[in-house]
Design a protein around this ligand. Structure first.
Ligand SMILES: [Zn+2]
Length: 138
């Protein structure tokens, strides 16, 4: 893996004229590699979570049908992570919601969940901030 990265970044590595420049470049490469690895895993988890046809409304408990997945962006330690999260619509509460972040192994992507990150699974160790691309909820 390192050898293939070295080959891919051969020119940039050779052009790094100082130790600091070399370290900065390799840290950037490592960060991007980590970001992509994380994003791929999130995409996989979201895909698996999206197979769930129905989900209980967090407000009233009604079983709700799955809607269209919505794009979400997580601000991670190494940059933004984009994936599509499954969404559901509760007819009783007349609101769409996203299942708990537990199904993705991360805190939910609703704004209110972002404040409760510590209560939701991995939250305690998660320094990234949650942000989604939704407009004001209907
Ligand atoms: Zn509901």
């Amino acid at each position: 893996m390192v050898a293939s990265l070295a080959k891919e970044y051969q020119r940039e590595l050779a052009a790094a004229g100082t130790f600091v420049a070399l370290e900065e470049l390799t840290a950037e490469i490592g960060d991007e590699f980590g970001r992509q690895l994380c994003e791929n895993e999130l995409l996989d988890r979201a895909k698996r979570a999206a197979n769930v046809e129905q989900c209980e409304c967090p407000e009233c408990g009604l079983l709700c049908a799955r809607g269209e997945p919505e794009p979400a962006v997580l601000q991670g330690l190494r940059g933004q992570l984009a994936f599509n999260q499954p969404s559901y619509f509760c007819r009783r509460c007349r609101r769409s919601f996203f299942p708990s972040g537990r199904s993705l192994g991360v805190a939910g992507t609703q704004r209110s969940d972002a404040e409760n990150v510590a209560e939701d699974g991995l939250g305690g160790e998660q320094s990234g901030q949650l942000r989604d691309g939704r407009r004001g909820d209907a």
